[in-house]
Design a protein around this ligand. Structure first.
Ligand code: FAQ
Length: 312
């Protein structure tokens, strides 16, 4: 019978049908989704921190309002994604426990510091740009609740990317020489970590083959990274910034840009907890969780009172 269920599941995947929360699914498919969706949720929540640092330092009311809205969106994306993971039979408490204990992964990119205001613009341009490139194919993910969450998330990410690009364009076209230098410095620091967001090269990607077969991932890490590089070259030209890669050039035969070697030792060091801000990010999350305990207790006490009143 197990074999028949598995065969029916594979047939639905092959036919391009969505798998829904209550449908039968192989245990490995469920675990893969919990892993990816929870890592994604953690990335959104931890991803609020680097930019959050600049909310009280934004240079104008307009920029502050935009940044506040963006960081709130990220909180919303995290909650959506935790809810999508919960449909697979894990609890949000378990997932957060794993994050706070340092057992769960989140995107490497959020372990780098935001040193200047230009970093906020560059995060929008490059980090949200990379996030969209990776997430648009996830709107066609075989798991329905994740795919549907991605549709809304991608719409919001596209506003995030544009606000970043526009902020950089303003600094590059109307700013001072010092502001232009600040933008270039931020691009130099974020470029390579942004390329690492797509994950290890296909040959070293443990989960890709199975996730592609199951329609969880629709495009490979390297294919998305290449598309991102190709898109950024033109955008960098419009902005008037350089990309810090002497090997970056158009390859006519491939119809794509060649680019330099990524420092995978740096990537794995950051993924394994040894990036510039890993400890600080985790400590901030744990402290926010602890400081929020009274809110959770009050909400539960309120709910108990309502339930008692309903029962009376
Ligand atoms: N950082 O076999 P693969 C955002 C891990 S965007 C850390 O290739 P997979 C929006 C991977 O988990 C960022 N770890 O894995 C925003 C695995 O470890 P495991 C979040 C990484 O899953 C913008 C191991 O390496 N987006 O938050 C990274 O098939 C601005 C082997 O790798 C998503 O999560 C990395 N960069 O492919 C918010 C998108 N790359 O689990 C605020 C959904 C790989 O065996 C501000 N996720 N690893 O211990 C995905 O598309 C996939 O999970 C990949 C990795 C493509 C990230």
């Amino acid at each position: 019978e197990a074999q028949a269920l598995e065969a029916a599941f594979e047939a639905r995947i092959a036919a391009g049908e969505f798998i829904e929360a209550k449908d039968w699914m192989p245990e490995h498919y469920r675990r893969t989704l919990v892993r990816q969706i929870s890592q994604h949720a953690h990335s959104e929540i931890v991803g609020m921190l680097p930019e959050g640092h600049w909310i009280s330092r934004a240079p104008s009311l307009k920029r502050k309002a935009i940044l506040l809205a963006k960081v709130q969106d990220e909180g919303g994306h995290g909650l959506y994604l935790y809810a999508a993971a919960e449909t697979l039979g894990v609890s949000r408490d378990e997932l957060l426990e794993a994050l706070h204990a340092g057992r769960a992964k989140y995107s490497s990119i959020f372990n780098y510091p935001t040193l200047t205001w230009a970093d906020v613009g560059v995060i929008g341009w490059l980090v949200d740009g990379a996030a969209i490139m990776n997430q648009v194919p996830l709107c066609r993910c075989s798991y329905g609740p994740y795919a549907r969450a991605m549709i809304r998330v991608c719409k919001e990410e596209s506003f995030h990317q544009r606000q970043g690009f526009e902020s950089l364009l303003t600094m590059m076209q109307q700013g001072t020489a010092a502001q232009r230098a600040m933008v270039q410095d931020a691009v130099d620091r974020w470029w390579w970590p942004s390329l690492m967001m797509f994950g290890p090269p296909d040959a070293a990607s443990t989960h890709s083959a199975q996730s592609m077969r199951w329609g969880i991932k629709r495009e490979s890490n390297d294919a998305l990274r290449q598309r991102f590089v190709d898109a950024c070259v033109e955008q960098a030209r419009v902005l008037g910034v350089g990309l810090p890669d002497p090997d970056l050039r158009w390859n006519e035969a491939r119809g794509a840009h060649d680019f330099g070697a990524i420092d995978w030792d740096e990537f794995w060091a950051v993924v394994n907890g040894h990036g510039p801000c890993n400890r600080e990010r985790l400590a901030t999350r744990v402290s926010a969780w602890e400081r929020g305990a009274w809110v959770r207790e009050a909400a539960l006490a309120h709910e108990r009172k309502r339930a008692a009143r309903r029962a009376a």
